[in-house]
Design a binder for this molecule. Structure first.
Ligand SMILES: NC(=O)C1=CN([C@@H]2O[C@H](COP(=O)(O)OP(=O)(O)OC[C@H]3O[C@@H](n4cnc5c(N)ncnc54)[C@H](O)[C@@H]3O)[C@@H](O)[C@H]2O)[C@@H](O)CC1
Ligand SMILES: [K+]
Length: 488
């Protein structure tokens, strides 16, 4: 599991650690990690000796890191230029070290010199802003970010700690931000690095351990890995029967969208539930049974018999309010997707997982879709609090926010999932995990993780996979995550 901490938590941990170390030692740890990555990247493009490095240094410690790193690379034979955004406030020790290693300072006002240095650079260090940054980049900093974004440098852009201009705690980019190829981050992850649009601006992540671990609190925000997901997946042992593995009800699909019923039921069948009961119109139920003979079907939630959780909403269309209210009123764990989101109660009192995409969440919260895309964490958290439900916001980075403040960010997302019907598969799968006894936060994060891997696997096979391809890839993904089932 990867942990993500806030600026406040990082600062407190740094303070506690610095009190035990000689002056400047912590920064040197960060610089050592940064230089290791830079040297590796430069070796790939011909070596450190003779390489051209440009340091963009802001007025804070982030600029200090970058200047020290530039100094170390210069000592190893690189030609280093530094652009100081606020020369009077530049990090004094870093600048002295940079100059005594032979580094040159280029004025930010020297347009010709600046462009030529950037154009020739093998590596650009973005040390404009780190965790002290607030608001979008302004003035010269914005101009530099624009030059980098326009590709005015052939070399790799390496962000120090985080790409400058991205809000550290949210991943939002309120104004201009640097688009990096790599980011070397110190001590722990920040939200800026895992939530879009920040995550996209960070490029490839590298972690430099500076020893903060023992001083950091338990993280509210986490990113699960394969082992976490394997541990969370319900394990149907030798003793379990179809009922103890959970029965999930699927209220999805309509005459207009019968495929949603088929895909959600398919997702539910793959999620480990012992039985799936489908509730919907006869014609749709017939299609579901033709595709999945193992599913049981009935015309309404009341008619299908007992279940342990409901998946509600994918492709439901109009006029199903009574059915939705019946399923929601059963007092069972529920997953509400798509059209089901139109009939939410004021507040949930039992376990609930909502799975909107940005458009659906924007309608729920009555804000613009672009506002949701720009502030994904903020809006997911707000909806989680308002409805007392876990909110899984689908999209470029899928985030899950729980009403108690916990957040999970899914690391397996892929653009391959941007196809009609993939959300129905996810809803079925997550509902099945709810029926298997997982909490809404666990069910949603495990489902998103496996669904993302299935999307990647399907894309490797067909390039532009359909929802059916993603569904077909699920069994192999789940098998490889949890190992063989039923071994006892
Ligand atoms: N505290 C420590 O001991 C360590 C800090 N480290 C580095 O220090 C960084 C944090 O340093 P600082 O706290 O000095 O903060 P930063 O260097 O991130 O930036 C702070 C400066 O930028 C200005 N600023 C804020 N928002 C701005 C904006 N939108 N446009 C222009 N200027 C803006 C502030 O007024 C302030 O002068 C970390 O990200 C990391 O790179 C590392 O060296 C590890 C050790
Ligand atoms: K930076």
């Amino acid at each position: 599991m990867k942990t993500v901490h806030t600026v406040e938590e990082v600062r407190a941990a740094e303070e506690a650690l610095m009190a035990r170390l000689p002056d400047g030692a912590l920064m040197q740890r960060a610089v050592a990690g940064l230089v290791t990555v830079c040297a590796r990247l430069l070796r790939e493009s011909g070596g450190v000796y003779g390489a051209r490095v440009v340091v963009l240094a802001g007025a804070g410690n982030n600029g200090g890191d970058a200047l020290w790193a530039g100094a170390r690379l210069a000592r190893r034979g690189a030609h280093a230029d530094a652009v100081l955004l606020d020369p009077a406030k530049a990090h004094a020790e870093g600048l002295t070290a940079f100059r005594s290693a032979g580094g040159r300072v280029v004025s930010v006002d020297d347009g010709v010199g600046l462009r030529s240095a950037l154009a020739q650079a093998d590596l650009v260090l973005d040390g404009i802003l780190g965790i002290g940054g607030r608001g979008g980049l302004r003035g010269d900093a914005a101009r530099l970010a624009a030059l980098l974004r326009e590709g005015r440098t052939a070399g790799a852009v390496v962000a120090v700690d985080l790409p400058s201009g991205v809000d550290p705690d949210t991943g939002e980019t309120p104004g201009d931000a640097v688009a990096a190829d790599h980011t070397v981050t110190f001590g722990t992850l920040k939200a800026a690095l895992v939530v879009d649009p920040g995550a996209a601006a960070a490029g490839t992540l590298h972690f430099a351990d500076i020893g903060l671990g023992p001083f950091l609190p338990e993280a509210e925000m986490t990113v699960l890995d394969d082992a976490d997901v394997a541990a969370l997946l319900p394990d149907p042992g030798r003793e379990s029967d179809k009922y103890s593995r959970g029965v999930v009800g699927v209220l999805a699909g309509s005459a207009q969208f019968p495929g949603a019923a088929v895909l959600a039921t398919g997702g539910a069948l793959h999620g480990g539930a012992g039985m799936v009961r489908y509730a919907g119109p006869d014609a749709v139920a017939t299609e579901v049974r033709e595709r999945w003979p193992e599913a049981i079907a009935g015309p309404s939630p009341d008619a299908v018999g007992r279940v342990q959780a409901w998946t509600i909403g994918s492709g439901l269309g109009d006029g199903r309010e009574d059915d939705v209210r019946a399923a929601l009123g059963a007092g069972l764990p529920v997953l509400v997707d798509a059209d089901g989101l139109r009939w939410l109660p004021e507040r949930f009192t039992g376990p609930a997982l909502l799975t909107p995409h940005a458009g659906e969440l924007s309608r729920l919260l009555d804000v613009d879709r672009s506002a949701v895309e720009a502030r994904r964490l903020h809006h997911a958290r707000e909806a989680a609090r308002r409805w007392n439900a876990v909110v899984l916001l689908k999209g470029s980075t899928t985030v899950l926010a729980a009403p108690d403040g916990r957040v999970r960010v899914n690391p397996t997302g892929t653009s391959a999932l941007a196809a009609a019907g993939t959300g129905d598969v996810l809803a079925g799968l997550a509902g099945s995990l709810l029926a298997g006894g997982l909490s809404p936060l666990d069910a949603g994060s495990v489902a998103a993780f496996a669904h993302g891997l299935a999307g990647q696997r399907a894309a490797a096979g067909s390039g532009y996979p359909s929802a059916g391809d993603v569904l077909a890839a699920l069994p192999a993904v789940l098998r490889s995550l949890r190992g063989p089932v039923g071994g006892g």
